[in-house]
Design a protein around this ligand. Sequence first.
Ligand SMILES: CC(C)(COP(=O)(O)OP(=O)(O)OC[C@H]1O[C@@H](n2cnc3c(N)ncnc32)[C@H](O)[C@@H]1OP(=O)(O)O)[C@@H](O)C(=O)NCCC(=O)NCCS
Length: 204
Amino acid sequence: MAPPLAVEAALPRHLSDGVSVWSGARLADLRSSSPEDYEALREAVDALGAASGVAQELKGPLTTAAKLVEAPGQRLYLLHERGSVAGLVKVGEKHLYYWRRGGGTVELDPVCVLDFYVSAQRAGRGRALFDAMARAERRDAKSLAYDRPSPKMLPFLKRHFGLADYVEQPNNFVIYDSFFGKDGAPPRAVGRAAPGVGRVVGTL
Ligand SMILES: CC(C)(COP(=O)(O)OP(=O)(O)OC[C@H]1O[C@@H](n2cnc3c(N)ncnc32)[C@H](O)[C@@H]1OP(=O)(O)O)[C@@H](O)C(=O)NCCC(=O)NCCS
């Protein structure tokens, strides 16, 4: 497996340490209002997205600034550390068929973790970024779905949140058994905070 890449990229001037959240619309606004800041952020997002693709042995990046602009419903959370972007986690709703243990399918629209990467690993940064995202999304780890979780993601979810049991799905999404309530119902839909440019949603 390829080693993780070190990513150091300049940040827009107004972003302080912590976690910021971006939508495609907010990135497009930044591109119009402050092209220099947009360019710095685009470079950082594209470099981290590429590094994530390499770390997960994918054919290409799941996350670029351009892809985010084309996917209006998705939210991108960035971890900022000492003037660099040190990690990303991207989430969005997906309409999924879920095959139940014991048979039968149900249609779900969970918030899914679509990409997740930190440049310096196993030092708590992933947990800090994940927690900030989960707070902003108003969901806990068991109430999210995971798109093709990597061999590092599965132990991450077990280690931090005790998540282990799930039914393998043909679409490669993982939804843990504890996603469903005792009555077998999916979690109730809840609102989430609207993304803002560079709004810090968590601190380290
Ligand atoms: C998955 C990832 C975001 C987690 O962030 P992190 O900062 O490394 O995680 P934390 O330090 O908060 O938590 C550490 C735990 O994550 C898991 N983990 C992290 N790296 C791991 C590795 N190389 N092998 C196995 N488990 C790993 C372990 O459970 C670890 O706990 P441990 O050290 O006690 O065994 C990060 O490892 C990463 O960017 N990996 C490469 C890209 C990737 O696989 N992304 C997931 C896409 S679904």
